[in-house]
Design a protein around this ligand. Structure first.
Ligand SMILES: O=C(O)C(=O)C[C@]1(C(=O)O)C=C[C@@H](O)C=C1
Length: 295
């Protein structure tokens, strides 16, 4: 942590992104916020201890999982999830000069934002060229040099970049929310001998208001294998809150499962369920236990 006790937190920048909004909502404005160009750079800044924490998008209510974050959580060993934050997402269609919807030739934004506004794009725009950018705020920089272009971004960028609002609330559903993970570096003193897993962490509390996230890849590709993994949660009355899969990237048809559930690694019933699941897995990683986000 920095000297004056403020927290150093990295996020996907530049200024005005939803990630920045989430980071400031979670930690409060009076901290040090470091803007990074990509989600991978946010992970790097945490592993190199440039930042104490990083804030990364994990899933959206319209578009689903953020694959880049999912893959980095799988790949990078010394990262753990210490918190979650959910923010409402309201997308704005913005440009540097007043422009009619049917005159927009180029549309720039982050892939997630474009996906979340697909109905609006199909209904109101005339087949524009779409440029995917590293973040929504980054799109605002890029459209500066492209005539007849617009960006999809947050309301916060309007003032920062002095933009004209063409349309507001263009997301496919008025109820649109993105969940972010707060990541930090695993402190080796707290870690047991197994690099990936964290059964020995003493800084977890056994409160019902906790959630835990894990990744597992079943040892065998046979009938009922996922069922036998999930049975361990049912037996212990552990409520699952999310299950997603990602390809292992080794063989077509082989998947890793990302499972979130209620409870903390400090609960004995959670520990017992996870020990069983680890035995059934060729890859197993506890991402962390953290307080459920409650507004
Ligand atoms: O580009 C941004 O503003 C981000 O913070 C990234 C991101 C994402 O990857 O999901 C965050 C929230 C919205 O869902 C759209 C984009």
């Amino acid at each position: 942590m920095s000297k004056n006790n403020s927290i150093k937190c990295s996020y996907l920048g530049p200024a005005g992104t939803y990630s920045e909004i989430a980071a400031k909502k979670f930690f409060g404005e009076n901290n040090v916020f470091i803007a990074k160009n990509t989600i991978a750079d946010v992970f790097d800044s945490v592993t190199t201890a440039e930042a104490d924490y990083g804030v990364v998008p994990i899933e959206n209510s319209i578009e689903g999982s953020v694959n880049m974050t999912m893959d980095l959580l799988f790949e990078i060993p010394n990262i753990r999830v210490v918190g979650e934050c959910v923010i409402p997402i309201r997308h704005f269609l913005l440009s540097y000069e007043k422009i009619e919807l049917d005159k927009i030739r180029t549309l720039c934004s982050h892939q997630q934002a474009i996906g979340q506004c697909s109905k609006f794009i199909r209904s109101y725009l005339k087949d524009p060229e779409i440029i995917f950018t590293a973040s929504t705020s980054n799109a605002c920089h890029i459209i500066k040099s492209i005539p007849n272009s617009a960006a999809i971004a947050s309301e916060n960028v309007i003032q920062i970049y002095n933009l004209y609002t063409i349309a507001k609330d263009i997301q496919d559903s008025l109820v649109n929310a993105t969940r972010f993970f707060i990541i930090s570096k695993i402190n080796n003193n707290n870690n047991n001998n197994n690099n990936n897993n964290i059964y020995n962490f003493d800084d977890y509390y056994s409160f019902e208001s906790y959630k835990t996230s894990i990744i597992c890849c079943p040892k065998f590709n046979k009938a009922g294998v996922l069922y036998s993994i999930l049975k361990n949660f049912t037996r212990k009355n552990i409520n699952l809150t999310r299950i997603e899969s990602r390809p292992t990237k080794k063989q077509l048809g082989e998947y890793s499962f990302y499972i979130d559930f209620e409870g903390s690694i400090a609960d004995n019933k959670v520990k017992r369920a996870l020990i069983k699941i680890e035995q059934m897995s060729s890859f197993f990683k506890i991402l962390g236990s953290y307080k459920k986000w409650i507004e």
